[in-house]
Design a protein around this ligand. Structure first.
Ligand code: ADP
Ligand code: MG
Length: 395
């Protein structure tokens, strides 16, 4: 969040916005559903091959724009999007520049767009992977009807972002929730959407395990992660919070610290607390009666998990369909552009012929009627071609 006075006097403090860090977390720290893991592996392959083509094969020197790779990590909070952005940077041996959109936003006209340009420049300078966390606000932001200053400002910011994306030759990752609704121009610049789903019981069991220290965390001998995973739904983020809470509960009990253990009851009550707090959040988010009823009916359990994963795979199919439709549309647009060029050439020819016919009808007198009829016909053809052009342009 910008401090407005400092902002005004000195401009935004760019160092706050744009320091890249060496990532510490790797793919070993994250447990993902197999489909998500595969998509991430594919993304890494794309990035590495991209590097070969554009750096070793020199194509980056021959072409100046459209060289970057942009990905979108889509999923509910706490499903590991941030950890995976770190893991990607780590796997590439690069720094990670994490940007939160609301931190770029300035109330001063034009400053937000400058901040956007600044973070791209800084990522390029540090050869960092650029990560726009909580990017929902940017994704679908352009207004088609600009009436207010803030709408013009928002459009300007997205336009700058698109331009920077076009010119950036590194890796950019956006994190959004599932409902984010992308601006079509933005969508075109994003190569791949990677879906982060809620973990199922098997993944949850492994997440419980990675959230404790394998040797140092003292566990009671009744601890059963399988049972915890089966009993409590929730994301990796929820499990992480529950583990930390359980440790606090355990250490707060009276006695010698060296004797203390985290027992199953600690994990159970901490997880209940975490999920309870989340339900309160949901109530405020979905305050109306109908969604409350839907929430109450949606009992967590295997059926819901199945339904969710069926929905997720439908979503992937829909995404594929949309991608191929976009390609189709682009082909149509290209065909249209070709048609327009040809019509234009044709009109040139017709108009020239019309002029010649009119000229000769005037000068020779003989068979003048036929020639001026021809000239009229050609003029009509030219008008028809103009109308056709107008119609095609309207499409
Ligand atoms: N799939 C996962 N496997 C292991 N830990 C996870 C996973 N997802 C989330 N976590 C834990 O929850 C914390 C928050 O996750 P984060 O990556 O910030 O989620 P998101 O960015 O999707 O909101 C992480 O620091 C990590 O400890
Ligand atoms: Mg995050």
């Amino acid at each position: 969040m910008g401090n407005s006075l400092r902002d005004l006097l000195f401009g935004q403090d760019r160092r706050d916005l744009a320091t890249a860090h060496l990532p510490r977390r790797t793919f070993a720290d994250v447990v993902l559903p197999p489909a998500t893991r595969r998509s991430l592996d594919n993304a890494l392959v794309q990035i590495r091959k991209h590097d070969v083509i554009f750096n070793q094969w020199g194509l980056g020197e021959r072409h100046e724009s459209g060289l970057g790779l942009a990905f979108n990590f889509a999923g509910p909070p706490g499903t590991g999007k941030t950890v995976c952005a770190e893991a990607i940077a780590h796997a590439l041996g690069k720094r990670l520049l994490v940007v939160r959109y609301n931190e770029l936003e300035s109330q001063w006209a034009g400053a937000t767009a400058k901040n956007v340009a600044a973070v791209f420049a800084s990522a390029a300078e540090q050869d960092a992977v650029l990560f726009f966390d909580e990017a929902d606000a940017i994704a679908g932001r352009r207004f088609s009807n600009v009436e207010q200053g803030y709408q013009r400002e928002a459009n300007a910011v997205v336009n700058v972002l698109l331009r920077e994306l076009e010119e950036f030759s590194g890796v950019v990752i956006f994190a959004t929730n599932l409902a984010a609704n992308f601006d079509p121009a933005f969508e075109r610049r994003i190569r791949t959407h990677i879906l982060f789903e809620q973990p199922g019981p098997d993944e949850r069991e492994m997440i419980w395990r990675v959230q404790i220290h394998a040797r140092k965390t003292p566990l009671g001998d009744d601890v059963d992660f399988r049972a915890l995973a089966a009993r409590y739904p929730g994301t990796g983020g929820d499990i992480k919070n529950a583990v930390l809470k359980a440790a606090q509960m355990a250490i707060a009990e009276p006695g010698d610290d060296a004797e203390k253990r985290i027992w199953q009851r600690h994990f159970e009550s901490s997880m209940e607390e975490v999920l309870g707090a989340k339900r309160v959040m949901d109530q405020t988010l979905f305050g109306d009666a109908a969604s409350m009823a839907a929430l109450a009916a949606a009992r967590p359990g295997p059926e819901l998990d199945e339904e969710l994963s069926a929905l997720a795979s439908r979503l992937v199919e829909v995404e594929d369909a949309v991608t191929s439709m976009t390609e189709e549309l682009r082909r149509v647009q290209r065909a249209q552009a070709d048609a327009l060029t040809r019509i234009d050439q044709l009109r040139g020819t017709v108009e020239a012929a019309g002029a010649t016919a009119a000229e000769s009808a005037r000068t020779t007198g003989a068979a003048a009627e036929r020639r001026s009829a021809l000239a009229l016909g050609l003029a009509a053809a030219a008008a028809l071609l103009s109308a056709l052009t107008a119609a095609l342009t309207l499409l």
